[in-house]
Every structure is written in structure tokens, then in C-alpha cells.
Design a protein around this ligand. Structure first.
Ligand SMILES: [Zn+2]
Ligand SMILES: [Zn+2]
Length: 391
């Protein structure tokens, strides 16, 4: 691993930042402490600091020379509503909240790159270090864009990175074109007729209706989506009832849908409404569907993906860079930024063993060993892309 030497020297410091953030996780749009920490570090490094974009978002800008070229580098800062199972010293001190997606690591890596670039100043142009809130389904990227992110900080290209458990530490994965799925959330409200549980014939059981809808929804992917296309329909919440002896009048199903194209997303929405309403009606109940498209598919610009892969090659060597990794069913709201500015989102291996368990798992942890790799990627990208003119 040929990480930048100066970045290797601050490995311990980056680890300390990462663990500090890990032990103080904050949910989307509540990242007050994390944003304070990020803003203080950026100011200390000598960046111009802008706060309040997307509520808790922070942008640090660094300009060297007079070039008008500008590159955006993005990290996310939010944690998840998960009770951490880890017992290591830097475990979460906030009950029910946890950095289970490694955004603590993403933030630490980008801070490391900012520290290095501000110190060495070996580029010409402008870098915007974008620390985004609320990536986990609350629309943090959209909120920053709505607050004028790219008008206030115009970028010619934008790059971001996510750790990936299951990919060896020391490896990068870069894909051009569609890379991650688009995502939608849905709620289905079922209204039956509540009654005594011992006299079901006098009511319409919303729990039975909900159960049939959950099962019927599984037929959308297997029977309506072309087998050559990829889609997921997952019902993840069933809420109904408060008593042993009451058939509840209402039930609510919630979940998520993932696809790699908008057309298939629309097909699924249409079928979900037909199935929910049709099944409910068959039982004498009613169903209302609220279907909300949250993330567009994450699509990398080919030129920028090639560029990013070359930078990875320079750091870890060509055989450590996967150029055609499989599509990822998870979604990423960096897609909203990529819809505005060409760029590339890539993956950094979090390792097969240490931190090898999947993100969003209560035993997950970001692998601190890879901090210098991510920081070196961002730093080298800037030094190459915004290289100083040599006379
Ligand atoms: Zn996540
Ligand atoms: Zn994440």
C-alpha cells in the first residue's frame, strides 16, 4: 500500500477522530457535535468554513492560486438508530444510536485529506470539503443542494467514497455507469373494522389483510419484473394492535424498494398500489399506499470513474483495484449530487475479517487500518487533478 507518507504519519490522529465520532453518534440532521468537531478541525487546518447548509452540513473550502478549477469531495456524518453490541472502548455512548455504516470513518478520512492538503498546499485551484448530514434516508444531500451547495461552491467534478465490508482492506472498487440502486420507501395503511378477538365474524381483521398483502407483494419481483432486470421489494415493518383480545381496526406496513432504473421503480409502484388495494378490497378492507422515491440510482460518470480508478491504481496498484464490481442493491444519496455534477462514487474495502460484518449490523465497526488509504485517495486526486502548473 503506497499511501502518502505524510498521511501515514497522521494515522493515529485520524483514528482518534474516528473513534471520538464513533462514540458520539448522532442521527440525521442532529449532527451538532459532529459538525462542531468537523468545523473546528477545518478552521484549525486553515480552511474557510461554512455552516448550516442542509441544517447541520459543513463545507470547508481551500483555495490555492488563481485557477478557477474546483473539485468537491464529500463525506457523510450521520449515524443509525441501532443499539450497538460492540464493547470495545470507543463503543457508542448514545443509547440506541450507532455509527453502523462507517460514516465516522468517511468523515475522518476526509478530515485527514483536508489536513494534509491545507498543510502541503501542493495544488492549484479550489477544493470544497463537503460534510453532509442525514445520508440514511432523510435526504441530507438534497437539503444541502436546496441550500445552494453548488451555487455557493461550484464544482467541476465531485467524488465520494463508502467503505465496503467483504472487500479486502487495501482494495478499491470503482465502476462506471450505474453502481448503486435507486430507492423508495413505502407505507401502506390498511383500514378494517376493529372488534373483539373472540368474535372475528363481526369485524374486518386488518392484521390478516396486512399479512396477505406482505405475501402478495413478493410476487411483484418474481412475476412482474423481467428476470433480466434487478429489483427488491422488502416489507420491513408491520404495525398493528396493542392488546391480546382486540382485532385492530388499522394496520400499517412499511418498507423499501430498490431498482437500477426509474422505469422499473414506476412499474413496482403501480403494481404495489393495485395489489394493496385489490387484496384489501377482497377482504372488505381499504388500503392507501404512500410511495416515496428517495434516491435516484447512483450513476458514475465514465470519465471521472476512469480518473478515480487511475488514482486508486497509483495508491494500491492495479491488481488491488476492482474495475467491474457487481452492482450494489443498497442506495446512496450521493446520487443527488451526481445528478448535478459529474463525478464518481467508489468503494474502499473494509476488510473480510476485522469490521468484516455487514454495515447496519449492531456488531459493525469501521476498519481504522484503511483510514490512510481513503485520505490518500482524496489527497492524490486533488494533487493530480488540480496539479500546479510547472513553468
Ligand atoms: Zn448506511
Ligand atoms: Zn453509509
Amino acid at each position: 500500500m503506497a499511501v502518502i507518507e505524510r498521511i501515514a504519519e497522521i494515522h493515529e490522529e485520524m483514528t482518534a477522530w474516528r473513534r471520538d465520532i464513533h462514540s458520539h453518534p448522532e442521527l440525521g440532521f442532529e449532527e451538532a457535535r459532529t459538525a462542531d468537531l468537523v468545523a473546528a478541525k477545518l478552521a484549525e487546518f486553515g480552511c474557510e468554513v461554512h455552516r448550516g447548509l442542509g441544517k447541520t452540513g459543513v463545507v470547508g473550502s481551500l483555495r490555492i492560486g488563481n485557477s478557477t478549477q474546483a473539485v468537491g469531495l464529500r463525506a457523510d456524518m450521520d449515524a443509525l438508530p441501532i443499539q450497538e453490541e460492540n464493547t470495545f472502548p470507543h463503543h457508542s455512548t448514545h443509547p440506541g444510536k450507532m455509527h453502523a455504516c462507517g460514516h465516522d470513518g468517511h468523515t475522518a478520512m476526509l478530515l485527514g485529506a483536508a489536513k494534509y492538503l491545507a498543510e502541503t498546499r501542493n495544488f492549484e485551484g479550489q477544493v470544497h470539503f463537503i460534510f453532509q448530514p442525514a445520508e440514511e434516508g432523510l435526504g441530507g444531500a438534497d437539503a444541502m443542494i436546496a441550500d445552494g451547495l453548488f451555487e455557493k461552491f461550484p464544482c467541476d467534478a465531485i467524488f465520494g467514497m463508502h467503505n465496503r465490508p467483504g472487500l479486502e482492506a487495501g482494495k478499491f472498487a470503482v465502476r462506471s455507469g450505474a453502481m448503486m440502486a435507486g430507492g423508495a420507501f413505502f407505507d401502506i395503511d390498511i383500514t378494517g373494522y376493529g372488534t373483539h378477538a373472540a368474535r372475528p365474524e363481526t369485524g374486518v381483521d386488518s392484521v390478516v389483510v396486512a399479512s396477505h398483502i406482505v405475501t402478495a407483494l413478493q410476487a411483484i419481483v418474481s412475476r412482474n419484473v423481467c428476470p433480466l432486470d434487478t429489483a427488491v421489494v422488502s416489507t420491513t415493518q408491520i404495525k398493528a394492535g396493542d392488546a391480546y383480545n382486540v382485532i385492530p381496526q388499522t394496520a400499517r406496513l412499511s418498507g423499501t424498494v430498490r431498482t437500477f432504473s426509474t422505469e422499473i421503480m414506476q412499474l413496482i409502484e403501480k403494481r404495489m398500489i393495485q395489489i394493496a388495494k385489490g387484496v384489501a378490497e377482497g377482504f372488505g378492507a381499504k388500503a392507501e399506499v404512500d410511495f416515496r422515491m428517495l434516491f435516484a440510482p447512483t450513476v458514475n460518470n465514465e470519465k471521472e470513474a476512469d480518473y478515480a480508478a487511475e488514482i486508486c491504481n497509483a495508491i494500491v496498484g492495479e491488481n488491488q483495484v476492482e474495475r467491474n464490481p457487481p452492482l450494489i442493491m443498497a442506495s446512496e444519496d450521493f446520487s443527488a449530487m451526481l445528478n448535478k455534477v459529474p463525478g464518481c462514487y467508489l468503494n474502499l474495502g473494509n476488510g473480510l475479517e476485522e469490521g468484516g460484518c455487514e454495515v447496519h449490523n449492531p456488531a459493525y465497526d469501521f476498519n481504522d487500518k484503511v483510514l490512510p488509504l481513503g485520505a490518500s485517495f482524496f489527497a492524490k486526486l486533488i494533487e493530480t487533478r488540480l496539479a500546479k502548473e510547472t513553468l
